[in-house]
Design a protein around this ligand. Structure first.
Ligand code: 13P
Ligand code: SF4
Length: 339
């Protein structure tokens, strides 16, 4: 389903009953979602809750989803590793992935007997689009015997050509667990550089980049620091090296959340996708968030009406063909065993 496909509004409006049934969500997100938007979100949240119960479905949401999804309809939230782990353990018939396509594919790999739905099949990722299975085969020919570590931000076809997967929260651990003197690390050049600086293992990198994180610059971070006193800067390892050098902490989206919850800085700049700051701000009202607002256009394809439509119509189911799925699953499982 593309975002140009019209989706009818939820079948009931913002009634007093809907307001009452969704009051818990409003309470949680009222500091980050404008009040004027609430009458649009509440009927969708109410309808999605009902459909989830009817379908025995759960919604998994990545940390970059908007607060009305993240706090309103998600049963499980987290970073890429957390979502993969939870998808493997999920006790439901249907998983709706409020995230991008590779996350839905990973959920299907680890939970092959469940129906996994992606509310918009066009929710891609610039990293996943940067490399194909044929590219990995060519790299293997160029570096015979060198193991391939693949970031989960890739298609199942690419995972199938890999020895093991990793995420931003376990990349160094996974690379070192192989016990090899050098590894091919795909496809994020900046994450590869981040790993190379933390291990003695030689890293052979690909040239992929995240279109959201590559836009941040060290100069931008320094400008924020000079404008705001006592600013804690925390960055995602998909950022360029000069940004990571200018940060106080580097970690996956869950690592960043843990930093804010644990350190409780007065002021924080989360150098990552913009919605993440809203989701964390809703939980820690005592922390001030300074926001350079870089949005991921792929994550933003997922909306409440599309989630409702996915549950109502059971579309779009994610399928991975048998032989590819078996090999890709092995690479993901190896990662889950290491981590
Ligand atoms: P993590 O949530 O694993 O840190 O990944 C960030 C990301 O860009 C996912 O698309
Ligand atoms: Fe891909 Fe970057 Fe969007 Fe994550 S934020 S889905 S890595 S483009």
């Amino acid at each position: 389903m593309s975002d140009r496909t019209p989706i009818p509004a939820a079948d009931h409006g913002y009634t007093a009953e809907v307001a009452e049934r969704t009051a818990d969500v409003f309470e949680r997100i009222k500091t980050v979602v404008p009040a004027v938007e609430w009458p649009l979100h509440a009927p969708e949240i109410d309808a999605i809750r009902r459909l989830k119960a009817e379908r025995n479905a759960i919604v998994l949401a990545h940390n970059y989803q908007t607060p009305e999804i993240f706090h309103g309809v998600a049963d499980i939230v987290g970073d890429s590793l957390g979502l993969a782990r939870q998808a493997a353990r999920a006790d439901a018939d249907v998983i709706v992935m409020a995230g991008v396509h590779f996350m839905a594919e990973t959920a299907k790999l680890v939970s092959p007997d469940k129906t996994v739905l992606i509310p918009d099949v066009e929710a891609g990722c610039s990293l996943a689009a940067s490399i194909t299975g044929a590219d990995v085969r060519r790299l293997r020919e160029a570096y015979p015997g060198v193991p391939v570590v693949t970031y989960v931000n890739t298609s199942a076809e690419v995972k199938a050509e890999s020895d093991i997967c990793c995420t931003s929260s376990n990349a160094v651990e996974v690379v070192e667990a192989l016990g090899a003197p050098r590894v091919i690390f795909l496809p994020d050049a900046y994450l590869a550089n981040y790993v190379a600086r933390r291990t003695d293992v030689e890293i052979i990198a690909w040239h992929g980049q995240c279109e959201v994180h590559e836009r941040f610059t060290g100069d931008e971070i320094r400008a924020f620091r000079s404008r705001f006193d006592n600013l804690a800067v925390i960055a995602h390892p998909e950022c360029p090296p000069d940004v990571l050098d200018a940060a106080d902490f580097v970690g996956s989206t869950s690592g960043m959340l843990g930093y804010v919850q644990g350190e409780r800085p007065n002021r924080v700049l989360m150098v990552t996708e913009c919605s993440m700051s809203d989701n964390v701000a809703a939980e820690v009202p005592d922390v001030e968030f300074v926001r350079p607002c870089n949005l991921c256009p792929h994550m933003k394809r997922i909306t409440l009406p599309k989630i409702r439509q996915a549950l109502a119509t059971m579309r779009e189911p994610v399928e991975v063909d048998g032989a590819t799925a078996e090999r890709a699953r092995a690479a993901v499982q190896r990662m889950l065993e290491v981590a």
